[in-house]
Design a protein around this ligand. Structure first.
Ligand SMILES: NC(=O)c1ccc[n+]([C@@H]2O[C@H](COP(=O)([O-])OP(=O)(O)OC[C@H]3O[C@@H](n4cnc5c(N)ncnc54)[C@H](O)[C@@H]3O)[C@@H](O)[C@H]2O)c1
Length: 258
């Protein structure tokens, strides 16, 4: 039986670990070719090799990419288009966070978070659309956060960047629709998910204490798993979501219902 994303060709940033890697594995398991891009090229290569071992040589490719660099985007997309024979799905998952409230956060950290989290979506979409036009139907999936919809006292840069991704994604959806393109653009908003992004908290409080502290903030009582997000990405990448654009999927264990 063909997979849910058979024939799709996905370019995924931040794919060396965490959610990016989980989404690459999930898409490959359902028939897509995947290009894993990351500043950590060794990590991306390792995940690509594991996917190839599971699904056959030529399923996964790895490319070095700093998502804040326009020249690197242009080069990586060109290489991925050639390797996969097209690009029909773009997943912007690379992201960072930095602690500090509005008075203590440095301008340097503010700029880093805005650049990695928002410039990435701007640059990636700007340059991927050329390839996606030639491979319709297409889907752009931007990993925002529940922190893009709900503020905290100590995450000004992260909140602002993820809110930026949320509305930028809607603008991209409207642009594509106005152009008559069958290319959709949506955001995913996770709450805390079990990935290395939580390691600083685990180091500070210990693994169990950190995870139960986070879990207590979530109505379902625990943090999420990478599969929870990968399954949502699978739906958005597939033609099952063909009428969904300019929208958001909240995978937050009920936080935003409160
Ligand atoms: N895990 C969570 O709790 C959670 C919750 C909400 C939103 N998110 C968002 O999901 C996305 C993925 O998070 P994750 O949990 O997988 O994090 P992670 O730290 O495990 O992985 C992030 C990946 O991005 C890469 N990266 C960082 N800067 C980069 C750059 N400049 N260029 C290219 N790659 C770069 C890292 O090398 C890493 O492989 C992020 O945008 C994050 O903000 C995560």
């Amino acid at each position: 039986m063909p997979g849910r994303v058979a024939g799709k060709k996905a370019f995924i940033t931040g794919a060396a670990q965490g959610l990016g890697a989980a989404m690459a594995r999930a898409l490959a398991a359902e028939g897509a070719k995947v290009s894993l891009a990351d500043i950590n090229i060794e990590g991306a290569r390792a995940v690509a090799a594991e996917i190839d071992a599971a699904h056959g040589e030529g399923t996964a490719f790895a490319f070095p990419l700093d998502v804040t660099r326009e020249d690197q985007w242009i080069f990586a997309l060109e290489e991925a288009d050639e390797a996969m024979g097209g690009i029909s799905v773009l997943i912007n998952s690379a992201g960072v966070t930095r602690g500090g409230d509005i008075e203590s956060l440095s301008l340097e950290d503010w700029k880093l978070v805005m650049s990695v989290n928002v410039d990435s979506v701007f640059l990636g979409t700007k340059h991927a659309l050329k390839y996606m036009r030639a491979n319709q139907p297409g889907s752009i999936i931007n990993i925002s956060s529940i922190a893009g919809l709900i503020a905290a006292h100590n995450s000004p840069a992260y909140n602002a960047s993820k809110a930026g991704v949320w509305l930028l994604s809607k603008g991209i959806a409207l642009h594509c629709a106005k152009q008559g393109l069958d290319i959709r653009s949506n955001t995913i908003h996770p709450t805390f998910i079990d990935t290395p992004i939580l390691d600083p908290l685990r180091q500070r409080f210990g693994k169990e204490a950190a995870e139960s502290k986070l879990g207590r903030q979530i109505p379902l009582g625990h943090i999420g798993e990478p599969d929870d997000i990968a399954n949502a990405a699978l739906y958005l990448a597939s033609d099952e979501s063909k009428f969904m654009t300019g929208a958001e999927l909240k995978l937050d264990g009920g936080i935003s219902a409160m």
